[in-house]
Ligand binder design. Structure first.
Ligand code: COA
Length: 227
């Protein structure tokens, strides 16, 4: 089945997304959450319960495509999802859209996906998220990529990088700790702090791809398993 993330991740990654689900349908998904997951969002507002349940529905569909049981996906104390043994993955939600991507850990060391509404970032956010030469790069891209809110794409790319980075390191990565460059629909995030180490291999550059589809900015990062 086609996914909004098609072409942004290798074929070994299973992606599932859900668009435009009604609140009533998402409430049904809340009702069928396993009890341990339901407890996580029991005190949350309805919107949070809905996105939590719907994205896990997408994740379980993706896991079943990998031939993995659709077990519970609880958050750790750091909010990072705890995937079943042998699986890496990532989840994202924004208004009207929820998506999950999973892979066997022999096919990927880590994944990060992010979705954002396609609109320029609010005033003031640039000062909080830009690193190195990114401001100059955005000024150049504004001429080359008319109609694309490249600041939003950059923001999303950084969030995808963080979601791939964190499971590898257990460490915070600030927006100014990573500088992103674009090459067409590919991007690379160069980490400016102590890099990740995966199976003895230093990983200081995170590679990803982006697209804008149906009004949503999509970014995805895949960290290959070394060797
Ligand atoms: C964690 C963060 C990236 C989530 O992004 P977001 O746009 O707010 O929300 P999204 O809907 O796209 O993603 C939320 C999902 O991310 C996942 N997530 C949360 N924390 C995570 C972490 N530490 N590592 C990996 N995934 C994480 C969860 O699955 C969460 O969904 P859930 O709570 O329903 O399980 C963001 O809140 C954050 O803290 N950003 C600051 C760090 C950063 O981005 N640095 C940039 C480095 S260049």
């Amino acid at each position: 089945m086609a996914s909004a993330f098609d072409g942004l991740l290798p074929p070994s990654v299973a992606c599932e997304d859900l668009s435009g689900l009604s609140a009533a349908r998402e409430d049904e998904l809340c009702d069928v959450l396993p009890p341990s997951e339901r407890a996580v969002v029991a005190g949350a507002v309805a919107q949070r319960r809905r996105e939590f349940a719907a994205v896990r529905h997408a994740a379980r569909r993706a896991l079943s495509r990998l031939g993995r049981p659709a077990g519970v996906i609880l958050p750790g104390t750091d909010r990072a999802p705890r995937w079943p043994a042998g699986v890496v993955g990532s989840m994202t939600h924004c208004p009207g859209f929820r998506a999950a991507a999973v892979a066997l850990d022999r096919d990927a060391a880590s994944l990060g996906i992010d979705a954002e509404p396609h609109a320029p970032l609010p005033d003031g956010v640039h000062d909080l998220i830009l690193a190195g030469e990114e401001r100059a790069m955005l000024a150049e891209l504004a001429g080359e990529r008319r109609g694309c809110a490249m600041d939003r794409v950059l923001f999303s790319a950084k969030e995808s990088i963080y979601k791939a980075w964190y499971p590898l390191t257990g460490r915070w990565l600030g927006f100014d700790d990573c500088e992103v460059t674009f090459d067409g629909n590919a991007f690379v995030g160069g980490v400016l702090i102590e890099p990740a180490v995966v199976g003895g291999t230093v990983v200081a550059r995170f590679h990803g791809r982006w697209a804008i589809r149906d009004g949503i900015v999509l970014t995805a990062v895949h960290v290959p398993r070394p060797g």
